[in-house]
Design a protein around this ligand. Sequence first.
Ligand code: AKG
Length: 256
Amino acid sequence: MVMVDDIVAALKAQGYATIPDAISEQQVETARRELEEILEHTPAGRDDFEGRNTRRVYALFAKTRALDEMATHPVVLGVLDEILGHYQLSAPAAIAIGPGEVAQPLHPDDAIYPVPRPHQELVVNVMWPLEDFTEANGATRIVPGSHRWIDERPDAGTATTTVEMPARTALLYLGSVWHGGGANRTGHTRLGVVLHYASAWLRPVENHVLAVPPGMARDLPPRLQELLGYNIYPPFIGYVDGRHPRKLMTTTPAGS
Ligand SMILES: O=C(O)CCC(=O)C(=O)O
Protein backbone atom coordinates (compact mmCIF):
# COMPACT_ATOMS: atom_id res chain seq x y z
CA MET A 1 0.00 0.00 0.00
CA VAL A 2 1.74 3.19 -1.22
CA MET A 3 0.10 5.43 1.37
CA VAL A 4 1.44 3.32 4.23
CA ASP A 5 4.92 3.20 2.70
CA ASP A 6 4.97 6.97 2.23
CA ILE A 7 3.95 7.59 5.82
CA VAL A 8 6.47 5.12 7.19
CA ALA A 9 9.20 6.81 5.12
CA ALA A 10 8.21 10.27 6.39
CA LEU A 11 8.10 9.06 10.00
CA LYS A 12 11.56 7.58 9.67
CA ALA A 13 12.92 10.74 8.01
CA GLN A 14 11.44 13.50 10.18
CA GLY A 15 9.61 11.79 13.04
CA TYR A 16 6.10 12.81 11.98
CA ALA A 17 3.69 12.62 9.04
CA THR A 18 0.11 13.55 8.23
CA ILE A 19 -2.74 11.73 6.48
CA PRO A 20 -5.06 14.30 4.88
CA ASP A 21 -8.83 13.61 4.79
CA ALA A 22 -8.40 10.49 6.92
CA ILE A 23 -11.93 10.58 8.33
CA SER A 24 -15.28 12.14 7.40
CA GLU A 25 -16.77 15.40 8.59
CA GLN A 26 -19.55 13.31 10.17
CA GLN A 27 -17.04 11.32 12.24
CA VAL A 28 -15.45 14.54 13.43
CA GLU A 29 -18.82 16.07 14.32
CA THR A 30 -20.00 13.00 16.25
CA ALA A 31 -16.75 12.70 18.18
CA ARG A 32 -16.71 16.39 19.02
CA ARG A 33 -20.34 16.41 20.17
CA GLU A 34 -19.89 13.38 22.43
CA LEU A 35 -16.61 14.62 23.88
CA GLU A 36 -17.98 18.09 24.54
CA GLU A 37 -20.66 16.50 26.74
CA ILE A 38 -18.04 14.52 28.65
CA LEU A 39 -15.80 17.59 28.97
CA GLU A 40 -18.56 19.45 30.81
CA HIS A 41 -17.79 17.18 33.78
CA THR A 42 -14.02 16.97 33.30
CA PRO A 43 -11.69 18.96 35.58
CA ALA A 44 -8.68 20.98 34.40
CA GLY A 45 -5.20 19.49 34.49
CA ARG A 46 -3.26 19.08 37.74
CA ASP A 47 0.18 20.25 36.62
CA ASP A 48 2.07 22.03 33.84
CA PHE A 49 2.25 18.84 31.77
CA GLU A 50 -1.50 18.17 31.78
CA GLY A 51 -2.04 21.94 31.52
CA ARG A 52 -3.89 23.96 34.13
CA ASN A 53 -6.25 25.39 31.47
CA THR A 54 -6.51 22.07 29.68
CA ARG A 55 -9.01 19.26 30.27
CA ARG A 56 -8.18 15.66 29.42
CA VAL A 57 -10.63 12.80 29.06
CA TYR A 58 -9.08 9.44 29.93
CA ALA A 59 -10.65 5.95 29.71
CA LEU A 60 -12.04 7.07 26.36
CA PHE A 61 -13.16 3.64 25.19
CA ALA A 62 -15.32 3.20 28.29
CA LYS A 63 -17.05 6.53 27.63
CA THR A 64 -17.78 6.86 23.91
CA ARG A 65 -18.03 4.73 20.78
CA ALA A 66 -17.30 7.72 18.55
CA LEU A 67 -13.55 6.99 18.40
CA ASP A 68 -13.61 3.27 17.59
CA GLU A 69 -13.05 3.77 13.86
CA MET A 70 -10.20 6.22 14.45
CA ALA A 71 -8.49 3.72 16.78
CA THR A 72 -8.72 1.01 14.11
CA HIS A 73 -8.16 3.20 11.03
CA PRO A 74 -6.70 0.84 8.37
CA VAL A 75 -3.93 3.16 7.14
CA VAL A 76 -2.88 3.98 10.70
CA LEU A 77 -2.79 0.29 11.62
CA GLY A 78 -0.84 -0.45 8.43
CA VAL A 79 1.81 2.04 9.55
CA LEU A 80 1.86 0.62 13.08
CA ASP A 81 2.25 -2.90 11.70
CA GLU A 82 5.41 -1.70 9.94
CA ILE A 83 6.90 0.27 12.81
CA LEU A 84 5.79 -1.53 15.97
CA GLY A 85 4.71 -4.98 14.77
CA HIS A 86 2.61 -6.02 17.78
CA TYR A 87 1.08 -3.13 19.70
CA GLN A 88 -1.75 -1.97 21.95
CA LEU A 89 -3.35 1.32 22.83
CA SER A 90 -1.33 2.89 25.60
CA ALA A 91 -2.40 6.39 26.68
CA PRO A 92 -5.41 7.54 24.65
CA ALA A 93 -6.85 10.91 25.71
CA ALA A 94 -9.00 13.73 24.43
CA ILE A 95 -7.16 16.99 24.97
CA ALA A 96 -9.11 20.24 25.19
CA ILE A 97 -6.62 23.10 25.40
CA GLY A 98 -8.48 26.07 26.83
CA PRO A 99 -8.03 29.79 26.06
CA GLY A 100 -4.97 31.21 27.79
CA GLU A 101 -3.16 27.89 28.08
CA VAL A 102 0.62 28.16 27.79
CA ALA A 103 2.69 25.84 25.61
CA GLN A 104 3.21 22.37 27.04
CA PRO A 105 6.85 21.47 27.80
CA LEU A 106 8.41 19.58 24.88
CA HIS A 107 8.91 15.88 25.59
CA PRO A 108 9.22 12.48 23.88
CA ASP A 109 6.33 10.20 24.91
CA ASP A 110 8.46 7.06 25.10
CA ALA A 111 10.56 8.62 27.91
CA ILE A 112 7.97 7.08 30.25
CA TYR A 113 9.75 3.77 29.65
CA PRO A 114 13.24 3.52 31.24
CA VAL A 115 14.96 2.38 28.06
CA PRO A 116 18.15 4.25 27.05
CA ARG A 117 18.22 5.94 23.64
CA PRO A 118 18.78 4.98 20.89
CA HIS A 119 16.32 2.10 20.93
CA GLN A 120 13.80 0.50 18.60
CA GLU A 121 10.58 2.48 18.28
CA LEU A 122 8.36 1.66 21.24
CA VAL A 123 5.51 4.12 20.80
CA VAL A 124 3.65 5.73 17.91
CA ASN A 125 1.04 8.46 18.45
CA VAL A 126 -1.85 9.63 16.34
CA MET A 127 -3.36 13.06 16.96
CA TRP A 128 -6.87 13.44 15.56
CA PRO A 129 -7.81 17.14 15.43
CA LEU A 130 -11.56 17.57 15.96
CA GLU A 131 -11.34 21.10 14.62
CA ASP A 132 -8.75 22.94 12.59
CA PHE A 133 -5.46 23.15 14.49
CA THR A 134 -3.70 26.51 14.06
CA GLU A 135 -0.62 28.16 15.46
CA ALA A 136 -2.93 30.46 17.44
CA ASN A 137 -5.17 27.82 19.02
CA GLY A 138 -2.43 25.44 20.21
CA ALA A 139 -1.58 23.11 17.31
CA THR A 140 0.90 20.38 18.22
CA ARG A 141 4.57 21.45 17.95
CA ILE A 142 7.20 18.96 16.77
CA VAL A 143 11.00 19.11 16.71
CA PRO A 144 11.64 17.50 13.29
CA GLY A 145 14.39 14.90 13.33
CA SER A 146 14.58 14.79 17.14
CA HIS A 147 13.72 11.07 17.11
CA ARG A 148 17.41 10.62 16.26
CA TRP A 149 18.59 12.58 19.31
CA ILE A 150 20.39 10.62 21.99
CA ASP A 151 21.33 12.99 24.84
CA GLU A 152 20.24 16.29 23.26
CA ARG A 153 17.43 18.30 24.82
CA PRO A 154 15.54 21.23 23.30
CA ASP A 155 16.31 24.76 24.48
CA ALA A 156 14.97 28.22 23.69
CA GLY A 157 16.72 28.17 20.30
CA THR A 158 15.38 24.82 19.14
CA ALA A 159 13.37 25.04 15.93
CA THR A 160 9.89 23.56 16.21
CA THR A 161 7.34 22.95 13.47
CA THR A 162 3.78 23.84 14.39
CA VAL A 163 1.57 21.30 12.63
CA GLU A 164 -1.33 23.38 11.41
CA MET A 165 -3.93 21.05 9.90
CA PRO A 166 -7.63 20.88 9.19
CA ALA A 167 -9.98 18.60 11.13
CA ARG A 168 -10.22 15.18 9.38
CA THR A 169 -6.40 14.96 9.20
CA ALA A 170 -4.43 12.38 11.19
CA LEU A 171 -1.04 13.48 12.54
CA LEU A 172 1.27 10.55 13.31
CA TYR A 173 4.47 11.03 15.30
CA LEU A 174 6.98 8.68 16.80
CA GLY A 175 7.17 8.28 20.56
CA SER A 176 10.85 9.20 20.33
CA VAL A 177 10.25 12.60 18.73
CA TRP A 178 10.21 15.70 20.96
CA HIS A 179 6.86 17.50 20.75
CA GLY A 180 4.20 19.25 22.82
CA GLY A 181 0.86 21.01 22.69
CA GLY A 182 0.98 24.68 21.73
CA ALA A 183 -0.23 27.77 23.60
CA ASN A 184 -3.84 28.72 22.98
CA ARG A 185 -4.03 32.48 22.29
CA THR A 186 -7.63 32.36 20.99
CA GLY A 187 -10.90 32.59 22.89
CA HIS A 188 -11.89 29.04 21.89
CA THR A 189 -10.92 25.59 23.13
CA ARG A 190 -8.73 23.43 20.87
CA LEU A 191 -10.06 19.86 20.91
CA GLY A 192 -8.10 16.86 19.68
CA VAL A 193 -7.83 13.17 20.49
CA VAL A 194 -4.42 11.61 20.84
CA LEU A 195 -4.23 7.83 20.57
CA HIS A 196 -0.90 6.44 21.76
CA TYR A 197 0.03 2.92 20.76
CA ALA A 198 2.93 1.06 22.40
CA SER A 199 4.67 -2.22 21.68
CA ALA A 200 2.57 -5.02 23.12
CA TRP A 201 5.41 -6.34 25.30
CA LEU A 202 5.32 -3.08 27.31
CA ARG A 203 2.84 -2.20 30.00
CA PRO A 204 0.36 0.35 28.53
CA VAL A 205 0.23 3.68 30.36
CA GLU A 206 -3.52 3.35 31.02
CA ASN A 207 -4.92 0.12 32.44
CA HIS A 208 -7.54 -0.51 29.76
CA VAL A 209 -8.73 -3.90 30.92
CA LEU A 210 -9.89 -2.29 34.18
CA ALA A 211 -11.39 0.73 32.36
CA VAL A 212 -13.12 -1.53 29.79
CA PRO A 213 -13.73 -4.83 31.63
CA PRO A 214 -14.58 -8.04 29.75
CA GLY A 215 -18.37 -7.68 29.97
CA MET A 216 -18.12 -4.26 28.29
CA ALA A 217 -15.38 -5.22 25.84
CA ARG A 218 -17.31 -8.21 24.47
CA ASP A 219 -19.53 -5.90 22.37
CA LEU A 220 -16.62 -3.99 20.79
CA PRO A 221 -15.08 -4.66 17.36
CA PRO A 222 -12.56 -7.53 17.70
CA ARG A 223 -9.57 -5.42 16.58
CA LEU A 224 -10.43 -2.79 19.19
CA GLN A 225 -10.69 -5.51 21.85
CA GLU A 226 -7.16 -6.56 20.94
CA LEU A 227 -5.88 -3.00 21.03
CA LEU A 228 -7.34 -2.59 24.51
CA GLY A 229 -5.29 -5.53 25.77
CA TYR A 230 -7.51 -8.54 25.05
CA ASN A 231 -4.65 -10.07 23.15
CA ILE A 232 -1.27 -11.70 23.61
CA TYR A 233 2.20 -10.74 22.48
CA PRO A 234 3.46 -13.98 20.92
CA PRO A 235 4.05 -16.50 22.18
CA PHE A 236 2.11 -15.80 25.39
CA ILE A 237 2.72 -12.43 27.15
CA GLY A 238 -0.68 -11.39 28.49
CA TYR A 239 -2.32 -14.76 29.09
CA VAL A 240 -5.02 -15.19 31.74
CA ASP A 241 -4.95 -18.45 33.65
CA GLY A 242 -2.88 -19.81 30.78
CA ARG A 243 -5.45 -18.88 28.12
CA HIS A 244 -5.91 -16.15 25.51
CA PRO A 245 -7.69 -13.20 27.19
CA ARG A 246 -10.42 -13.11 24.51
CA LYS A 247 -11.82 -16.25 26.19
CA LEU A 248 -12.81 -14.04 29.16
CA MET A 249 -15.25 -12.18 26.96
CA THR A 250 -17.28 -15.29 26.21
CA THR A 251 -17.37 -16.42 29.83
CA THR A 252 -18.09 -13.08 31.54
CA PRO A 253 -21.69 -11.76 31.74
CA ALA A 254 -22.41 -8.64 29.62
CA GLY A 255 -21.74 -5.35 31.38
CA SER A 256 -19.41 -6.73 34.08
O1 AKG B 1 -2.10 18.40 22.68
C1 AKG B 1 -1.16 18.24 21.92
O2 AKG B 1 -1.08 18.79 20.82
C2 AKG B 1 -0.02 17.32 22.30
C3 AKG B 1 -0.19 16.75 23.69
C4 AKG B 1 0.95 15.91 24.13
O3 AKG B 1 1.97 15.84 23.51
C5 AKG B 1 0.85 15.13 25.36
O4 AKG B 1 0.01 15.43 26.21
O5 AKG B 1 1.69 14.21 25.54
